[in-house]
Design a protein. Structure first.
Length: 290
């Protein structure tokens, strides 16, 4: 291992009105995809604007050169080779299938974020950047994941999630008898949380009693929300080794939670984007083709 520095430079295009750097800078740099990450690097004084140290109070008017210099530890010439299935792609954004058993992002080597550049076409737009996921799916969760390919796309997609303008549908296999539909509102980490569910199909199971195919609509986005909420009503998700009931833990086949669809208005074309990712075969083995 050796100490090194990651240097990224961004030239600001003409702007109609000044904007604070802590708003403009979200998604500009590949290693700073979120607002909280941007605040951290500003606090650590890793960003300059036209050579001057920047802060959260710095305003951007257009034409400036923004530079990010982050001390990093690197390993010798390691490159992640990981093929992803691309469901939809244009110059601004892409939706990909996330397999189970891989982190979306983080400090690890094998992440979706590291694999995106080799699987997506580079944008030809002026503010193109390294593609970045704009939301999270758990390590074990499969399904559709939204990514941005330009700085402005990453910012606008992040805003769509903050404004709750992205409709998400998940499917899960749950254990035990449950009502045909319902709403769970128990707080998570002392924050409001809301999940809606509808049982699509149920089958008898010798080991588990009843297995349900549940359609899930999370209204908030707390960490492990669906897993915690379903466990809280005694219907844990099959394969959940963290929140499942003792004696009912299924090992070796992953978590039966799938991000099935995303729907939103494209922030640049104003088209309605509605993308689905078919249920994995392990779901249809239990319930048949739906």
């Amino acid at each position: 291992m050796q100490e090194n520095k990651t240097v990224e430079t961004h030239i600001v295009p003409p702007l109609s009105i000044p904007i604070r750097l802590q708003e403009y800078g979200v998604g500009v740099f590949s290693s700073v995809p979120t607002k909280s990450a941007l605040k951290k690097v500003l606090k650590k004084k890793f960003i300059t604007v036209n050579g001057a140290m920047a802060s959260t109070g710095t305003y951007i008017n257009g034409g400036e050169t923004i530079t990010l210099i982050v001390p990093t530890e690197i390993t010798a010439n390691k490159k992640l080779i990981f093929e992803l299935r691309v469901i939809y792609e244009d110059e601004h954004l892409a939706l990909i299938h996330k397999p189970g058993g891989i982190l979306v992002s983080g400090n690890g080597f094998k992440t979706i974020a590291h694999a995106l550049p080799q699987n997506l076409q580079p944008s030809t737009l002026p503010n193109t950047t390294k593609p970045q996921p704009v939301h999270r799916l758990d390590y074990a969760t499969t399904g559709v994941l939204l990514t941005g390919k330009t700085g402005s796309a990453i910012r606008k997609l992040n805003q769509l999630f903050e404004d709750k303008k992205v409709q998400k549908v998940y499917y899960a296999v749950t254990i035990g008898e449950m009502p045909p539909y319902g709403k769970i509102t128990s707080p998570i980490d002392d924050k409001n949380a809301e999940s809606h569910f509808e049982v699509v199909q149920s089958v008898a199971s010798e080991k588990y009693g009843t297995l349900n195919l549940a359609k899930l609509d999370p209204k908030t986005g707390r960490r492990h929300q669906l897993r915690k909420h379903l466990a809280s009503i005694s219907n844990p998700i099959l394969g959940d080794q963290t929140y499942g009931r003792e004696g009912f833990i299924l090992k070796g086949k992953g978590l039966y939670l799938h991000a099935y669809s995303l729907e939103f208005i494209h922030p640049f074309t104003a088209e309605k984007i509605s993308i689905t990712d078919d249920l994995p075969k392990r779901f249809t083995k239990i319930f048949g083709m739906l």
